[in-house]
Design a protein around this ligand. Structure first.
Ligand SMILES: C[S@@+](CC[C@H](N)C(=O)[O-])C[C@H]1O[C@@H](n2cnc3c(N)ncnc32)[C@H](O)[C@@H]1O
Length: 196
């Protein structure tokens, strides 16, 4: 396979997902938007796996459905027209990965964005569903109105996670402007492994 450059937060997110997910796994796309993250998750878990994808905009649901159908990956994805703050009502199985791509729908309504309270509520539910070794990846954008408040809420949530249970990483590009999107990674530890 051709090597991909890690040009930004989404590229790094996809790189990490490729390292982590395998056929038969379970994953959640908490903000399916145009469907690119959902499609990668569906390809990685394959027909034996399951992906749950959430969005509050009909346009996003439609775009994601079309993309999945065109790629022949629709059968392994449950798309929910629901806020991710309700994801715990839809998913009860342990999951290996959860993706959040915050902000507004590219090519859609810019005033409809993810919001601090619902994002943090969804993150809490996602963390509760994480299997040992499972990963939450959050692409954080501060460039839109309310983005900085959401960033602060997400970072406060992440910083308060029990360090004995979760490994929390902030993955930033140090040679880019401060407002450049970046990735937050939360990994649930595996019981009995304390070093390394
Ligand atoms: C940056 S876009 C996601 C991009 C997408 N992951 C992709 O690959 O194209 C953010 C999305 O979050 C959605 N969103 C906003 N609030 C939400 C909520 N409470 N629950 C689920 N989705 C939400 C928006 O409608 C928008 O489509």
């Amino acid at each position: 396979m051709q090597e991909r450059e890690l040009r930004g937060a989404v590229a790094l997110c996809h790189y990490l997902l490729r390292q982590r997910l395998k056929a038969g796994d379970h994953a959640i796309d908490a903000t399916c938007g145009n469907g690119k993250d959902t499609l990668l998750l569906a390809q990685l878990v394959g027909p034996a796996g399951r992906v749950w994808a959430f969005d509050i905009q009909a346009e996003a649901i439609a775009r994601t459905s079309l993309l999945l159908a065109a790629a022949g990956c629709a059968t392994q994805v449950s798309i929910r027209a629901a806020g991710h703050e309700h994801l715990g009502e839809w998913v009860s199985e342990p999951v290996q990965a959860v993706v959040f791509n915050l902000g507004y729908l590219p090519g859609g309504a810019r005033q409809v964005t993810t919001l601090p309270d619902s994002t943090v509520a969804a993150l809490g539910q996602a963390a509760a569903l994480l299997a040992p070794g499972g990963t939450i990846l959050v692409a954080i954008y501060t460039g839109h109105g309310g983005g900085s408040e959401e960033e602060a809420a997400v970072l406060a949530w992440a910083a308060a996670l029990d360090p004995l249970a979760f490994h929390v990483w902030s993955l930033r590009q140090l040679n880019r402007p401060a407002a450049t999107p970046y990735l937050l990674m939360v990994e649930r530890g595996r019981p009995g492994r304390s070093k390394g």
